[in-house]
Design a protein around this ligand. Structure first.
Ligand code: GLU
Length: 421
């Protein structure tokens, strides 16, 4: 599938999912249009000489940067920054909108946004990455703000990148830790933020599996993606007694029926850069990995990895969307017809933005919380939201995704009406 087609699919998928919820909520055309409309899109260019450590001389390149602010009816815009070669305005638009529904679903006082730079960070030195990030912030500073728009990590960014954002913004605004979440703890980051998304995914996987009479202990699980989310999900599920039998990175996957030692896998990646060649495992392609026999499949990479080409071949009973928009709308229909339960992204991976909210609150209060407090609040909130979604799905005889969208859209719609948007 061409990259172009995938991205069209990502926007199209998002709209199709919404249409199902719009129908159940019986929303009129004007309301639908308002809910779909984007508040502001900012596109910038960032000139950089990426191959020179001192950014002086060498080949000059111009990178595209974006920030899409979808809706702020319920609070400041909130959402991550993605540094990835496939970043484009269409993709960022779909992901920004998803953040609006995610923050509404878990009922935190934020709207939705997303940003990014179309770049392959593996070809940059740390110095060039720092320069690029700071130039991005210089140009985006007018749209960012503690009560306006708060970025966070996403694919290809990490706490170090957030630290540079904090530094650049603070140069002109004074020390402002609440401008960004997912920061290192030394700079006001929250305990537990790094593992929050994976922890939440594992928590909800366990909860959903239990409801399906599937014990997490010994359950064969396949995880696609071994970045921050994939790794922490795998680590947590393994600690809960699950058998993580296959994991993959953007190049290849590895399989071990007895269960992969996740810590060893992480060390191997730290040493070699890739999962390939992990002792005690067999190689498998990313395509084969998704179709590998297992109880639970967790896509934790990028969009549209479960699509028309493989939906019929998925062998799991439960699919948990740790990534954003990993299942296309056509594949979603196929999984539904085949009786495979899907925990949708806006619920499954909401632990990340939930702890981002806790981080922001701690920054505003200038009072850090203990790790256990953060984790307890994370689990309690996800537990409650899952129950709400499951109950609504059962009442309406619909799927978890449509129920989640209905709850989220209802809240955003109500906030817009109260504010007189
Ligand atoms: N990038 C994450 C997401 O897609 C986290 C966003 C945030 O913490 O603001 O949910």
């Amino acid at each position: 599938m061409s990259v172009e087609r995938e991205h069209c699919q990502c926007q199209d998928t998002q709209t199709r999912f919404l249409q199902r919820a719009f129908e159940s909520l019986q929303l009129g055309d004007a309301q639908r249009e308002l809910l779909l409309s984007v508040f502001r899109e900012t596109t910038i260019t960032i000139p950089l000489r990426p191959h020179r450590a001192d950014d002086d001389g060498g080949e000059l390149r111009t990178y595209m940067g974006y920030r899409v602010q979808h809706n702020h009816a319920r609070g400041p815009f909130k959402g991550g920054l993605r540094f990835h070669p496939s970043v484009n305005l269409g993709e960022i638009r779909a992901l920004a909108q998803l953040m609006t529904w995610k923050t509404a679903l878990v009922d935190i006082p934020f709207g939705g946004a997303k940003g990014g730079i179309a770049i392959d960070t593996t070809e940059l030195s740390q110095h060039a990455l720092e320069t690029l990030t700071k130039r991005f912030v210089q140009k985006m500073a007018p749209v960012f703000g503690v009560h306006q728009d708060i970025p966070a990590p996403d694919v290809g960014t990490n706490p170090q990148v957030m630290a540079w954002i904090l530094e650049e913004y603070s140069k002109t605004h004074g020390y402002t830790p609440g401008i960004v979440t997912g920061k290192p703890m030394e700079l006001g980051g929250s305990a537990g933020r790094l593992e929050a998304t994976g922890h939440g995914v594992a928590y909800l996987t366990d909860k959903a599996a239990t409801e399906m009479s599937l014990s997490i202990k010994g359950a064969p699980i396949v995880i696609q993606g071994f970045g921050n989310v994939g790794f922490h999900t795998a680590q947590r599920l393994a600690a809960m007694g699950a058998r993580v039998i296959a994991v993959s990175d953007s190049r290849n996957g590895v399989v071990c029926e007895a269960g992969i030692d996740i810590e060893q896998a992480q060390c191997h990646v730290a040493e070699t850069g890739w999962l390939e060649g992990l002792p005690g495992t067999e190689p498998v392609s990313n395509a084969e990995l998704l179709e590998y026999p297992c109880d639970i499949l967790i896509p934790a990479a990028v969009e549209a990895t479960i699509n028309c080409d493989n939906a019929e071949a998925i062998q799991a009973r439960l699919v948990v969307e740790a990534a954003n928009i990993p299942v296309t709308h056509l594949a979603d229909a196929t999984l539904r017809d085949r009786g495979i339960t899907v925990i949708p992204d806006l619920l499954a991976n909401a632990g990340g933005v939930l702890v981002s909210y806790y981080e922001w609150v701690q920054n505003l209060q200038e009072f850090p919380w203990e790790y256990d407090t953060v984790m307890q609040r994370l689990e309690q909130r996800l537990d409650r939201v899952y129950d709400q979604v499951r109950d609504l799905a059962q009442q309406g005889a619909t799927d978890l995704r449509t129920a989640a969208y209905e709850l989220a859209i209802g809240r955003v719609n109500q906030a817009m009406a109260l504010r007189g948007f």
